[in-house]
Structures are given as C-alpha cells and as structure tokens.
Design a protein around this ligand. Structure first.
Ligand code: ATP
Length: 236
C-alpha cells in the first residue's frame, strides 16, 4: 500500500472537521473522494500535504509518518497538491510559476525533462509560457496549477476540485490529462463535486459526509449505487 490514512482527526480551533477518516491508496490508482460542501474533502488533502495539523490518527506513506513531517518534507517525499481555486501566482509568468514547483529539485537536466513533459501534457502552457499567469483563462490556470504540482515529479498528485468553474469541454480535457498523468505512473487522489466524471475516471472512490467516510467501493459499484445516484449523481 502506498498511502494509508488511519483514524484521522483534524480540528479547526475547537471544532472537529474530521472524525476518524480511514483511506487506503495503492500504487498506480486514481482514488476519488466525493461529498457535499463542507464534508471534509479539502481538509483531508490538506492533512496529507501537512498544511493543517493532525489532532490524532496516522497518515503513512510507504510506512513513513507524514503526519509528523513538515509540508516541504512531504513534497520532497513525493506528494504534491494542486489546490482548490488554482492559486497560481498571477504576477509571475507561466514559466516562473512552473519553476516554483521545482523548488525541491537539484538536477537541472531532470527539471528540463519534466518541463518538457508538462508542455507535452499541456501544449497551451508552452504557447503561453511568457504570459503572466493572471491573464490566463480559468482552464489554463487549472492546467498551470497541475503543471506546477507535477514539477516536483510526485509519486502522488493531490487534485482539489480541478473541474470547478470550467466549461464541460475543458473539464473533459483536464480529466483526459489526469488519466494520462496516471498512466505515466503517478498515483492520483482526486477531490471532486462533479461525482459522475470523477467516478468514470477513478478506480475507486470514498464518499464523505460531515467528517466521516460513509462509503468506500470501486468506482463502478459507486456509480450504480442507488444512494450515491440519489445524493451525488442527480438520480438516474
Ligand atoms: P468544499 O467543497 O466546500 O471545500 P470540503 O468537503 O472540502 O468542502 P472542508 O473544506 O474540508 O470541506 O471543510 C470541512 C469542515 O471544516 C467544514 O465544516 C468547514 O466549515 C470547516 N473548515 C474548513 N476550513 C476551515 C478553517 N480554515 N477554519 C475553520 N473551519 C474550517
């Protein structure tokens, strides 16, 4: 097993947001976490990245305790995140944003190779490499946020709501690229409100409700589950 989250509790101040979350991810999988607003999906990703502190429980990456590591160490260990809302640096160029993603790298040859791969995945980013990120469209900013996260050559890529606010045609482009990234050997954890597209892409899924995992199954089984259909797929 590549990543194991065991009985994870996270609090914001006195309010507990995660009440004992258990998630397991195998190497090579795309695993999606579904759930309504406020269910705790983003908090789960932030805990994996070391950006919120863990109250109790464990997050193990190949057996190493991520919950005791700093955020930069977690990136060095091989886990990067493309955050919700994209959060690119709008006054820097596309190229400069991508370079920031390579802050852990010390082999210039490898960085150049990774950059070439990212430009193959997202030709639009290469076309716009000298453009300020703030002038990109929403879809292009999403590509940039993903590209920046890939610059560190992660083993696990965490994607928080990549389809948010994008036109359906762009959502398809982004999700096709996620599949390609996964095929190249990157394990993906995908948080999505667009449950149907996420389940079509993922191998397995977890459903969260108010800080708990309430369902875990193969993506196909979740797609045909009556409760999931009613709650997250708008009936069928
Ligand atoms: P969304 O899709 O809206 O981001 P989510 O499933 O990702 O939803 P979280 O953002 O993880 O949910 O939120 C889980 C709970 O924690 C919610 O009750 C939310 O209000 C609360 N919460 C999230 N961030 C903070 C914060 N910085 N301070 C206090 N409470 C927070």
């Amino acid at each position: 097993m590549l990543l194991e989250i065991k009985n994870l509790h996270v609090k914001y101040g006195n309010v507990e947001a995660l009440h004992g979350v258990n998630i397991q991810v195998d190497e090579g999988e795309i695993v999606t976490i579904l759930g309504a607003n406020g269910a705790g999906k983003s908090t789960t990703l932030l805990a994996i990245s070391g950006l919120v502190s863990v109250t109790s429980g464990q997050i193990l990456f190949r057996g190493d305790a991520l919950h005791r590591m700093s955020a930069d160490k977690i990136v060095r260990a091989g886990i990067t995140q493309s955050p919700e809302g994209r959060r690119v640096f709008s006054t820097l160029t596309v190229r400069e944003n991508l370079n920031l993603g390579a802050f852990t790298a010390n082999d210039p040859g490898r960085v150049r190779k990774t950059l070439g791969w990212i430009y193959e995945l997202f030709p639009r980013l290469e076309e716009r490499r000298e453009q300020l990120a703030g002038t990109l469209s929403g879809g292009e900013q999403q590509m940039l946020a993903m590209g920046r996260a890939l610059m560190a050559n992660p083993k696990i890529l965490l994607l928080d709501e990549p389809s948010l606010g994008l036109a359906p045609i762009l959502v398809r482009t982004i999700f096709d690229t996620v599949r390609e990234i996964n095929r190249s050997g990157v394990t993906v954890i995908l948080v999505e409100q667009n449950a149907r597209v996420a389940l079509k892409l993922a191998h397995r899924g977890y459903v969260m409700e108010v800080g708990n995992i309430v369902l875990a199954d193969s993506a196909d089984a979740l797609l045909s589950d009556a409760d999931v259909q009613n709650a997250y797929l708008g009936g069928k």
